[in-house]
Design a protein around this ligand. Structure first.
Ligand code: MN
Length: 326
């Protein structure tokens, strides 16, 4: 795929390293090449990317120069720009001088290109379809695990990956933001958080439903989270940080803010959690989630994937957020 290679070449020159380096299982590798290739070594900075790969792998792309292990070993001794969190101590012993280029490498991935947006869009639309079929066939599900298995089966049948273990939390379990699915479907809120992977790109969506009939307190509680999400999405645009939106959300929650126990959102792409996080300044064509939640006697979380545009942002996940009674 060779994403943004001209930019990378310029960066390598400016940074005065010989190559940017990554390994076949790294997310940066997956982003640049289009897929992971285990046990590979990739050096970016020459005319063509230099790739060492196992002879077992069939990858063959004329845009890459395939190199021998001996050549790779000698290149490891050059001055390399790396993401230090991806380098093991064992590998480090074989390397020469390294420079931390992780900020640059992560930033490169955060602004998406048109085909990346299409892949994320497709992963999101599968999330919508899957949720809609769960609602349609809801009477068939007796346990949280039943719904989890349905989501996994949906992924298999549609040639999708699973972005993370689906969360299905019913009744009092919904107060666990990261619930370990094991209960029966009971009366009360039902939180479903799911993400698929399409062509290497993730989706991430949460909806909260109500099994049975909610009382007024439940409806007020749900609407508070929904209103928080709508406010944050209104303000989601280039030039601001997620931190600012999170501070505003906490202010909106007032005395309930102690029940909001996680971040407001995060970037989505090759990884389900990637830059931008709280502190990066948002730019056009970044993709982020907005997912406020409150976890009290029961929990409610509502999460959409948003594409940041020129002045405002658009929804990549489209399932209704009107409180549905199941
Ligand atoms: Mn999320």
């Amino acid at each position: 795929m060779m994403r943004k290679y001209e930019k990378i070449k310029d960066y390598v020159k400016e940074k005065k390293v010989n190559y940017l380096f990554c390994q076949g299982d790294d997310n940066f590798f997956k982003w640049f090449v289009g897929k992971n290739i285990s046990h590979s070594l990739l050096f970016l900075g020459d005319e063509k990317p230099l790739l060492f790969k196992s002879p077992l792998e069939t990858f063959n792309d004329k845009n890459y120069d395939l190199i021998s292990i001996n050549k790779a070993k000698s290149l490891l001794k050059k001055k390399l720009g790396v993401d230090p969190s991806e380098i093991s101590l064992k590998l480090k012993e074989k390397m020469g001088a390294v420079e931390d280029c992780s900020d640059y490498m992560n930033k490169l991935r955060s602004v998406k290109e048109p085909d990346e947006l299409n892949f994320i869009r497709k992963a999101c639309s599968h999330g919508d379809k899957c949720i809609s079929s769960i609602i349609k066939d809801f009477k068939g599900f007796k346990t949280e695990k039943d719904i989890e298995r349905y989501i996994r089966r949906y992924a298999l049948e549609n040639d999708l990956g699973i972005a993370f273990d689906p969360i299905v939390a019913s009744g009092a379990n919904s107060k666990n933001a990261h619930h370990d699915n094991k209960g029966k479907i009971k009366k009360g809120f039902l939180v479903i958080d799911l993400g698929f992977v399409y062509k290497g790109y993730c989706s991430d969506m949460t909806r909260t439903f109500y099994v049975g009939t909610p009382n007024t307190e439940d409806v007020v509680f749900y609407n508070k989270v929904l209103e928080a999400q709508e406010k944050a999405i209104q303000d989601l645009k280039p030039g601001i940080k997620l931190k600012k939106l999170e501070d505003d959300t906490n202010e909106f929650f007032g005395k309930d803010k102690k029940y909001f126990i996680h971040s407001l959102g995060h970037g989505v792409g090759v990884e389900v959690h990637e830059e931008p996080f709280k502190q990066e300044i948002l730019e056009k064509n970044m993709v982020v989630t907005i997912e406020p939640g409150l976890y009290k006697k029961q929990g409610v979380r509502i999460e959409d994937v948003m594409l940041i545009g020129d002045k405002k942002s658009t929804f990549l996940t489209k399932t209704t957020k009107k409180l549905l009674l199941l």
